[in-house]
Write a protein of this length. Structure first.
Length: 365
């Protein structure tokens, strides 16, 4: 069986990681898997190639020519299944399905950005979901947005499938020691762009006392975007850190393929985004048995019980973020370990790759 995965790029983003993981699982089951993309960001390409998955780069600047090239690829490629990720790639694959198709089309919605409801472009491209066989959302919040944008989509086409984790790969260290350096080490694994809210975290740090700040060590690892994706968050953040002498408290690093080992050595995993679908770093942090700090957005409050396996904050309010940082700095190590154990148990129940793959295979029967 031939399967084509389509996405905008192979950068280090969460959607890309989930697409790669899903493609690898299909390949392990014996499917002939190809991956097509159109922006030259190839962070994950070597992983695909090393697993005998063919990558197809369609590097065409003109959107119309890109659409036509993908249409030709999909319609002439003898694919049994086409699985796409994100708004524009979904739209491209849905256009390729008109007026008819012989393959099964599964499109993945990965964002619960409320601006989708007020954006003409976002609204327009989702009208074409009617030509897909299945629309998979990775959160209930994303599903509700899809329903509002296009109420004509039959419910039988809609489903929620959470992110997948390999619990044997993402597992806690035995007898992990918290605060080995004397500080609470917090790791953020997210791209360094506006929606991830670096500015909110930095403003929150200024609200802490010097003693509270000294009790924390924050390392942020994430993609530093290049044009046309670039915003000013990284440079503004670096200037802010320098101006207010926060260098000893927080450090910014580029994305790394060693992120699992870095997260293993963290005491807490954090994310301060303005909006999310279902963030990988939270799922992975839970699987590693780490307490988490997360914004109270999308489905995160459904999986993080405030004060039980993590703490929630309001990403629009630096005081809320500061209060959560303060709360964690006051907890003893046994409390942190207990929260981590709770997260590990929940992650295996919700995100195990075998459970998630069974849901995808059910769709393509």
């Amino acid at each position: 069986m031939n399967c084509l995965f389509v996405i905008d790029d192979l950068g280090s983003g969460g959607s890309q990681r989930q697409m790669v993981e899903t493609a690898l699982q299909f390949a392990k089951l014996g499917y002939n898997v190809n991956v097509a993309y159109y922006f030259m960001r190839d962070y994950y390409e070597d992983i695909l190639i090393s697993n005998n998955i063919k990558t197809i780069k369609i590097l065409i600047g003109s959107p119309l020519k890109r659409i036509l090239k993908f249409r030709h690829l999909i319609r002439k490629g003898n694919y049994d299944y086409v699985i796409s990720y994100l708004g524009v790639p979904n739209f491209i694959c849905e256009l390729a399905s008109i007026p008819s198709k012989k393959w099964r089309l599964i499109v993945n919605e990965r964002s619960a950005d409320p601006k989708i409801l007020s954006s003409f472009k976002s609204w327009f491209i989702r009208l074409f979901h009617l030509s897909a066989d299945n629309i998979v959302c990775n959160s209930v919040s994303s599903l509700n947005i899809v329903r509002k944008v296009n109420p004509l989509i039959p419910e039988r086409k809609l489903s929620v499938i959470y992110n997948m984790i390999d619990p044997d790969l993402w597992k806690p260290l035995d007898a992990y020691q918290f605060r080995k350096s004397g500080q609470l080490r917090i790791v953020v694994a997210a791209s360094q762009r506006y929606l991830k809210n670096l500015s909110g975290l930095l403003k929150a740090l200024l609200l802490l006392t010097n003693e509270e700040k000294r009790s924390l060590s924050i390392d942020w690892y994430g993609d530093r975007l290049q044009p046309p994706f670039l915003d000013n968050s990284v440079t503004e953040g670096m200037d802010f850190i320098e101006r207010f002498q926060l260098n000893d408290i927080i450090r910014l690093f580029p994305a790394t393929k060693n992120i699992k080992n870095i997260m293993l050595e963290a005491d807490v995993i954090a994310l301060f985004s303005f909006f999310e679908g279902l963030p990988n770093c939270i799922c992975e942090g839970m699987a590693l048995g780490k307490p988490v700090i997360a914004s109270s957005v999308s489905d995160i409050p459904l999986i993080i019980e405030d004060g039980i396996n993590g703490k929630l904050c309001n990403p629009d309010d630096p005081e809320s973020i500061a209060a959560v940082l303060r709360w964690f700095s006051e907890q003893d190590n046994e409390m942190l370990a207990q929260m981590g154990r709770s997260n590990r148990k929940k992650a295996v129940e919700l995100f195990d790759k075998n459970i998630i793959m069974d849901k995808y295979l059910e769709l393509i029967k």
